[in-house]
Write a protein that binds this ligand. Structure first.
Ligand SMILES: NC(=O)c1ccc[n+]([C@@H]2O[C@H](COP(=O)([O-])OP(=O)(O)OC[C@H]3O[C@@H](n4cnc5c(N)ncnc54)[C@H](OP(=O)(O)O)[C@@H]3O)[C@@H](O)[C@H]2O)c1
Length: 243
């Protein structure tokens, strides 16, 4: 897998799956643009990449704010690959979900990717093609108590993946998604043993390391996946495939 001469924008690149994805693309020769709200974490990831001989920069943007979503492509410039990784969730019963929590989940998980793709897919097409990879969750296709709004937001992202594949495929822009199972990242560290309990139910019997997700994302974005579009790839240790 080589990304020499390619520019890759990773939303959520300041942490977890996005951080490992940014490092992996940079290691394969890409110039990486990392975005998130936390400037300190963003700069730390840039420092990790440059210390390893890679090229990266951080652009601060809050994807729950439409103004930032519109501004980001102007600041970041053209890219060959867009990774819509940034995600937000508030878990709890439906009857306790607040309007602000609901709105933020749909802003970060659906509206942000929607308008970033709206800005970038035509640009990629006019540059000869490109790739978008959306980061979804196994709960998009399975019922999970306490995750109704989050699951629905990821289901919307998977629906958009198929719609964009149909819309931009004729112009050589491929769009795919990964649907994650339990993955060991800073946000799931707070779940303690619950993460391992959830992961134990999968055939592989363990949580994913973020690099295992990053490897699939990079594969989907690369030329070796040149005939793959509109797919949602479960990267969940077999969790949704097994009884
Ligand atoms: N870990 C899992 O078990 C799991 C399972 C299924 C799906 N996922 C999905 O995988 C993706 C990555 O999650 P993760 O586990 O790596 O979580 P993480 O370590 O908490 O990273 C989340 C990233 O999203 C960014 N983000 C959140 N809200 C944002 C906002 N308003 N504006 C801009 N950036 C924002 C954060 O950046 P800043 O804090 O710098 O803003 C951070 O870089 C998410 O889409 C998540 O839904 C994760």
């Amino acid at each position: 897998m080589q990304f020499n001469g390619k520019t890759v924008l990773v939303t959520g690149g300041t942490s977890g799956v996005g951080r490992h994805t940014a490092r992996l693309f940079a290691g394969h020769g890409a110039t990486v643009i990392i975005t998130g709200r936390d400037e300190q974490r963003g700069k730390a990831v840039v420092a990790e990449i440059t210390a390893a001989g890679g090229r990266a920069r951080f652009v601060r943007a809050d994807l729950s704010t439409h103004k930032d979503v519109q501004w980001l492509p102007h600041e970041a410039g053209p890219v060959d690959v867009l990774i819509n990784d940034a995600g937000y969730w508030e878990l709890g019963p439906t009857h306790e979900t607040t309007e602000s929590g609901f709105d933020e989940m749909f802003a970060v998980n659906v509206k942000g990717p929607f308008f970033l793709t709206a800005a970038y897919a035509p640009l990629m097409a006019s540059n000869g093609g490109g790739a978008v990879v959306n980061v979804s969750s196994m709960v998009a296709s399975r019922g999970a108590a306490g995750m109704a709004a989050y699951s629905a937001s990821k289901a919307a992202l998977e629906s958009l993946t198929r719609a964009w594949a149909a819309e931009y495929g004729p112009r050589k822009v491929r769009v795919n998604a990964v649907a994650l199972g339990p993955t060991r990242t800073p946000v799931t560290a707070s779940m303690g043993e619950l993460l391992d309990t959830l992961a134990a139910a999968s055939p592989l019997g363990r949580a994913a390391e973020p690099i295992e997700i990053a490897e699939t994302i990079a594969y989907l974005a690369g030329d070796t996946a040149s005939y793959l579009t509109g797919a949602v790839i479960p990267v969940d240790g077999g969790r949704v495939s097994a009884l």
